[in-house]
Design a protein. Structure first.
Length: 311
């Protein structure tokens, strides 16, 4: 298995923390990156393929959405913070971990995810950089097909993503499309469209692309919702794929005026978000407008990593 490690500088040995995510899921990749941004003082090791690597045991681990890796690490007596990063309308999977957390915005209405093991909600996992580029331009399409059959993703890319990308280029000059799964179908569908750049989510910083884009269209995911909320930016949902996305779009719409893409030629889809425009996120109760989820998860990871030497 491929392992990326940030070597310790000369001096005291830093605590070693393993980071594991499911690279097939946009939300899982995003969660791991945003929490890791608050752990810079530790030695971070990334298990790229979503499992625990061979070699010396880390002092602690953050595992996002890979129950098998959490179980393997627990068997090696590694303390684990397990984070369920994406929205689900179903019961959370059983996991083996010292601490269990689930990414849930405090303002999201409806029942909270059910966990037989008592997973604690984190609040919003916000990007490390909250501002947007002053000279932002172009469009960002953030597409997640995790859990959807390959055939359905290909049809979606052909009938929904391509017309949107064509219109995005015409209206805004350029378009970045970021996807997590369904690689062949997405790239094939968008290849004929000039002005479109297609990226695999694991290979690009979607948070940075969002900061540089004027228009944001995205699958109903917590990555998209947290980006828009953190930067007080407009968001339009792509048509949902699967019950989880449908449920998140419905619940979000009960609080925030987030529409869903219909006709790509609809003028209201493309006007830039001008100065003085009321933020759609002003509808969120200030008491629930909490963006410190990544810091909270990082704090728990740090506590586990330092516990052997601190207590």
């Amino acid at each position: 298995m491929a392992v990326l490690s940030v070597p310790s500088p000369n001096g005291p040995v830093r605590q070693r923390v393993l980071l594991v995510d499911d690279a097939r899921q946009l939300d899982s990749l995003t969660a791991r990156r945003r929490v890791a941004a608050h752990l810079a003082e530790l030695e971070l090791v990334h298990g790229e393929e979503g499992a625990a690597p061979e070699g010396p045991c880390p002092h602690a681990a953050l595992v996002c959405d890979v129950p098998g890796a959490a179980r393997e690490l627990a068997e090696r007596e590694v303390p684990v913070v397990y984070l369920h990063s994406g929205h689900t309308a179903a019961e959370l999977p059983v996991t083996t971990a010292a601490i269990r957390q689930v990414h849930v915005p405090a303002w999201l209405p409806g029942p909270k995810p059910v966990s037989r093991e008592g997973a604690q909600p984190t609040g919003v996992l916000a990007p490390g950089r909250l501002g947007r580029d002053r000279k932002r331009s172009g469009s960002l399409l953030l597409f997640s097909a995790y859990g959807v059959s390959g055939g359905a993703a290909e049809v979606y890319a052909e009938l929904t993503l391509r017309p949107l990308a064509e219109e995005a280029v015409r209206r805004t000059g350029r378009c970045d499309v970021v996807y997590d799964t369904g690689a062949e179908g997405v790239r094939e569908a968008l290849a004929p469209v000039e002005g479109v750049r297609v990226h695999l989510a694991r290979e690009v910083d979607a948070d940075a692309l969002h900061a540089a884009a004027e228009v944001f269209l995205a699958s109903p995911t917590l990555t998209a919702v947290s980006l828009a909320q953190a930067r007080r930016a407009p968001l339009t949902f792509l048509p949902a794929l699967g019950p989880g996305q449908e449920d998140l779009a419905r619940r979000t719409g009960q609080v925030v005026p987030v529409g869903t893409v219909g006709d790509p030629a609809e003028p209201g889809l493309w006007p830039p978000y001008g100065q003085g425009t009321r933020s759609p996120w002003s509808a969120v109760d200030p008491a629930a407008d909490d963006l410190r989820g990544a810091q909270r998860v990082a704090r728990r990871v740090r506590q586990l990593a330092l516990a052997p030497t601190t207590f």
